[in-house]
Design a protein around this ligand. Structure first.
Ligand code: ZN
Ligand code: ZN
Length: 427
């Protein structure tokens, strides 16, 4: 089995990986490069962007733009596979954005023909046997893949973490579905961010609940598809006795999760409690505004609220009209509000206006947990991707493991015996 990292050896996002065996090609992820990353331009990959596609397929780990965002640029004949609930969430998101972004209109069309797989149920493609392994990440229904061909196995981690609500069963699941593998192709997002994951998602939820009890009126900004955080906020608001408000788009996303048959949705986290999230009503004559009646204002004044907002005019208008001394909370990566960076989001920064609580924890694994993870899988070698510093990663782990530092476009042959036929640099 040969592996080629077409992109993503030295940047977070935009990763495209190819596993090849006997002329069959299995690709993993085809997303966008993130703002602030080195721009490599449009990829030209035989058997993916052009050429013979009859022995090619693409697996999507999860719905974040840096993993799925460019699939509309691929030829129509290419079969694409992703998680069932992830596809539904992407559909709601793309339907929401399609009037503003033509690419999302294309995405809605493409999603109709995307194949889905189920957690733990293996399937084959040519000589490959693939087991999708469900992982905890800031995207819901996210996957890692165990990929095997001719007795050689690789575990492709996707984006994941071990400090979320759904992380506790992870090692048991690895034992059951993955066992030991020859290679790990591993995300290494947090190698240069040692403090990013100091907090567990459950600890963050307790802090949110305390805040909602203490402050009567809270407005939270987060990614609309960060499902675990969204439901965490909802239950924290319920426990604090605050009414919880979202707009229709956000409620549609929550409904997809609540009504889905994902293995996770048996958990009470993804069920509605005594009160369902309230949907903010649009103004009858002006769909760019929410309807704010006097009785609604009185109710908010009496009970307080937690509002899930996004930085746009409709929410700005709402916040101007409703009562209460509003405590704003940023519950996503704060790189978006750091002026002078390419990821800077001016609208979000303006909405927060420098007066906010930062309450967030990373969707990615930290290095301590990664080490434990490698101990379980016992790989012969690790290939870092989805990182801005593969060299630091190699330094961190080469005391115990062979780390193969590849460059974009470089290939190696993976073998089941120790060592690799390496056409590049080994650290
Ligand atoms: Zn990613
Ligand atoms: Zn992600």
């Amino acid at each position: 089995m040969k592996i080629t990292i077409h992109r993503g050896t030295d940047q977070i996002g935009g990763c495209v990986t190819e596993y090849e065996h006997e002329g069959w090609r299995l690709f993993v992820d085809y997303g966008e490069e993130l703002p602030g990353s080195p721009k490599t331009g449009e990829l030209q990959v035989d058997g993916l962007t052009h050429g013979d596609l009859s022995k090619s397929a693409l697996l999507i780990t999860h719905y974040h733009g840096d993993h799925i965002g460019s699939i509309t640029k691929l030829p129509e004949a290419l079969p694409i596979y992703m998680g069932e609930v992830a596809r539904e969430i992407q559909l709601v998101l793309s339907n929401h954005l399609k009037t503003v972004f033509p690419a999302h209109k294309e995405m809605v069309k493409l999603l109709q023909k995307v194949h889905t797989f189920k957690a733990g149920i293996d399937f084959t493609f040519g000589p490959f046997n693939i087991i999708p392994v469900t992982v905890d990440h800031s995207a819901f229904d996210a996957y890692a893949f165990r990929i095997e061909a001719s007795g050689v196995s690789a575990y492709h981690t996707g984006d994941f973490r071990l400090h979320g609500f759904r992380s506790s069963n992870f090692f048991k699941m690895l034992e059951q579905y993955v066992g030991k593998v020859d290679y790990v192709v591993c995300e290494a997002t947090n190698i240069l961010r040692p403090n990013a994951t100091s907090k567990k998602e459950s600890a963050l939820q307790r802090e949110l609940e305390s805040l909602f009890k203490e402050k009567k009126s809270t407005v939270v900004y987060l990614s609309s598809t960060n499902i675990d955080r969204l439901f965490s906020l909802y239950h924290a608001a319920l426990k604090a006795g605050r009414p919880f408000y979202v707009d229709k788009y956000q409620k549609d996303i929550m409904d997809v999760v609540v009504n889905s048959k994902s293995m996770w949705t048996k958990s009470s986290l993804y069920r509605y409690g005594k009160y369902e999230p309230e949907t903010l009503m649009y103004h009858q004559f002006d769909k760019n505004r929410f309807f704010v009646s006097d009785s609604f204002k009185e109710f908010l004044d009496k009970k307080g609220y937690v509002i899930i907002a996004r930085s746009n005019e409709r929410f700005e208008d709402l916040l101007e009209q409703i009562p209460g001394e509003k405590q704003k909370v940023l519950s996503m990566w704060n790189g978006y509000v750091k002026e002078g960076t390419e990821a800077y989001n001016e609208n979000l920064a303006n909405s927060l206006n420098d007066e906010y609580d930062y309450m967030h924890t990373s969707g990615h694994i930290d290095m301590k947990d990664l080490r434990e993870f490698f101990h379980q899988l016992q790989p012969k070698a690790i290939i870092p991707i989805h990182t801005d510093s593969p060299d630091e990663f190699a330094k961190e782990f080469s005391d115990e493991w062979q780390v193969i530092r590849l460059y974009d476009g470089q290939s190696i042959t993976l073998t089941s015996i120790y060592g690799v036929d390496l056409c590049g640099t080994k650290i």
